[in-house]
Write a protein that binds this ligand. Structure first.
Ligand code: G3H
Ligand code: 13P
Ligand code: ZN
Length: 316
């Protein structure tokens, strides 16, 4: 069942965070649904602009519709990840998405407010909810690259003003994470002090943490042992998710870790079984491994086991 992120956030706020996972193809879709049902968790499917244009956005919509029918017990939102104005409008008009992210965080504050406000007006007119972003994460997104030094943590006072003026439904905040597999040069923890200040000014308001892959070292080592080259890859400690959830983080975005599972499965398969040329062999294994990965992640998020509570909340 497709629901809005707003409903999921109402059920989760202050208790746990909902996993927001990016998908690009059939195998990820199947693994994602299996893993969330395996762990009885509500979840968010995210489609990036890159994913939507990888083949054709209609393929992804078709996959999600089919999965909704096949895994009819699942409860999830369909969300545009890191949209610009054009992509947001396209998703709002399609009627398929329950939620869009407008990411104008690279713009000046006033410009970000103006763009976000326009998308909020268009989305709310159709019952679609909007995530916006303030502050800048380090790392690489589709069109923007920000170095660790240039990343700007979200200013708590500005966050309150931004939410009041734009009317957005949730806010992605920069609190020390970054996109991709190379998040920190040293060891770094999340800035819980900044997060607490944001929550103090926006009590009860859902916050979003991007760039939250953990980049498990065991996964990196296996990839490198099978011919990969990911020296120095590092991520966020998943044991910090529950503390972030208590401070208002209700959505945690994870993409890179899923890509690492894909890379490890395929590298090991072709290294250990050079005779394999049936694409279904790594495909089957990936779907199972991806499902296990999602189920484990949901334990860290605290969303595992919450599916029936969310169902009851929705029907109340
Ligand atoms: O934050 C970006 C997500 O990891 C999506 O990545 O734009 O390469 O699909 P992508
Ligand atoms: P990771 O690169 O840490 O997986 O972050 C994904 C993300 O923020 C998608 O919007
Ligand atoms: Zn992101």
């Amino acid at each position: 069942m497709i629901v809005t992120t707003k409903k999921l956030f109402e059920a989760a706020y202050g208790k746990y965070a909902i996993g927001a996972y990016n998908i690009n193809n059939l195998e990820q879709t199947v693994g994602l649904f299996r893993g969330n049902l395996q762990s009885n968790a509500p979840f968010i499917i995210q489609l990036s602009k890159g994913a939507r244009s990888y083949t054709n956005k209609l393929f992804l919509e078709g996959l999600i519709r089919s999965a909704d029918e096949i895994y009819s017990e699942a409860i999830f939102a369909v969300h545009l990840d890191h949209g610009d104005e054009e992509a947001c409008m396209d998703c709002i008009e399609s009627g398929f998405y329950s939620s869009v992210m407008i990411d104008a965080s690279h713009e000046e504050f006033e410009v970000n407010v103006g763009i976000t406000r326009r998308i909020v007006d268009a989305a709310h007119a159709r019952g679609i909810v909007v995530e916006a972003e303030l502050g800048q994460l380090g790392g690489v997104e589709e069109h923007v690259q920000v170095s660790e030094a240039d990343a700007k943590l979200t200013n708590p006072d500005q966050a309150k003003e931004f939410v009041d003026r734009t009317g957005c439904d949730s806010l992605a905040v920069a609190i020390g994470t970054s996109h991709g597999a190379f998040k920190f040069s040293g060891t770094q923890s999340l800035h819980f002090d900044v997060l607490a200040e944001i929550q103090k000014r926006l009590p009860g308001f859902p916050l979003v943490m991007h760039g939250s892959s953990s980049v498990p070292q065991e996964e990196v080592e296996r990839i490198n042992a099978a011919g990969g080259k990911l020296e120095g890859a590092k991520g966020v400690d998943a044991r910090q998710f529950k503390e972030a959830a208590k401070l208002g983080v209700t959505k945690i975005n994870i993409d890179t870790d899923g890509r690492l599972v894909w890379t490890r499965v395929h590298r090991e398969m072709f290294k250990d079984h050079p005779e394999v040329f049936d694409l279904r062999a790594p495909g089957k294994l990936f779907m199972q491994e991806y499902a296990n990965f999602i189920a484990e992640k949901n334990e860290y998020l605290g969303s595992a086991g919450e599916l029936e509570n969310v169902r009851q909340y929705l029907s109340a």
